[in-house]
Design a protein around this ligand. Structure first.
Ligand code: NAD
Length: 290
């Protein structure tokens, strides 16, 4: 068994981006600029956005964090997005999800200029992804593809089982793995909460991507020996013995599954770090295409 280390793979991606930005700056050009909009004080969202901003600084991107109150009106958020849409110095815009109840996530996603849609959630981006056209790939599945590439994991002709059908992870992941791509060309089964015989299907997977958001759901008896196991889940599980009062758990019961797997991603230290690498790559792509 080998660990697919998100720290190592994301560092390699970031190093390449850093060099590219440095070249841009020496040639007198401005740096790529990401605008992140955070609504409210959700603890996990705060952590994710802080990490995105920090990573931008590390590789020489400019970033602006816009914070809005939990009670902000939808119209104000939409106006904030529109301002960034029309600002020539802004290349990428992301609105951290989830959003408070008074705001329609769909409206917000559709308000972002598709040319600046670095999260890849706009229907235009999704449509292009499905048609195999160049676009912004949602950061988490993009990060997983970068991870497969970094470790040169063979995927052609393999059976990939994706658990979860969300627009953020599962569905785009299934599209990418099935596409005609050096790390695609899989036969893909996408599973969800209504799937019958999930265990039997998982046992057929040469590659399993677990993205359902249920701590330690995938057990050893669901995994074929030698499978590649990608754990996307991030769940806070209460634990009085932990400093913060909780621990982060993935969707895979790591200790029992790891000995059976050929490759496995840890949580934390796996897909989460690759997600940021995907976002940074999208931001540079947005900069270049403008
Ligand atoms: P979601 O709640 O939108 O979707 C979960 C999906 O899992 C749904 O499609 C549902 O049908 C399916 N599902 C739920 N219970 C199931 C079951 N018992 N059997 C089979 N399928 C089931 O969640 P999401 O946004 O896709 O996120 C999934 C997990 O990944 C969460 O833990 C989230 O925190 C994590 N996540 C991690 C990253 C990262 O960077 N590592 C990024 C995004 C999401």
């Amino acid at each position: 068994m080998e660990i697919l280390d998100g720290k190592i793979a994301s560092q390699a991606v970031k190093e390449a981006l850093k060099q590219e930005v440095s070249l841009l700056k020496t040639s007198g050009k401005r740096a790529p600029h990401l605008v992140a909009i955070l609504v409210g004080n959700n603890g996990a969202s705060e952590t994710y956005v802080a990490s995105k901003v920090k990573n931008c600084a590390e590789i020489g991107f400019e970033s602006t964090l816009i914070r809005l109150e939990e009670t902000v009106a939808e119209a104000e958020l939409l106006a904030t997005i529109e301002k960034a849409n029309t600002d020539d110095n802004v290349d990428g815009i992301l609105v951290q999800l989830p959003l408070p109840k008074q705001i329609s996530e769909q409206k917000v996603i559709e308000a972002i200029n598709p040319k600046k849609d670095v999260d890849g959630f706009h229907p235009v981006s999704v449509g292009k992804l499905v048609q195999g056209l160049e676009t912004f790939i949602p950061a988490t599945p993009y990060g997983i593809m970068l991870m497969l590439e970094h470790y040169n994991i063979p995927t052609k002709g393999k059976h990939a089982v994706v658990i979860g059908r969300s627009n953020i992870v599962g569905r785009p992941m299934s599209v990418l793995l099935s596409s005609n791509h050096p790390y695609g060309n899989c036969t893909v089964t996408i599973c969800h909460s209504q799937t019958a015989n999930l265990k039997e299907i998982c046992l057929q997977g040469d590659i399993i991507v677990a993205a359902l958001g249920r701590a330690e759901f995938v057990k050893a008896d669901m995994v074929k020996p030698g499978a590649v196991v990608i754990d996307v889940g991030i769940t806070r599980v209460e634990d009085a013995s932990a400093k913060k009062g909780y621990r982060i758990k993935g969707d895979v019961a790591f200790d029992e599954v790891a000995p059976k797997a050929s490759y496995i991603t840890p949580v934390p230290g796996g897909v989460g770090l690759m997600t940021i690498a995907g976002l940074l790559k999208n931001t540079l792509q947005a900069y270049k295409s403008r």
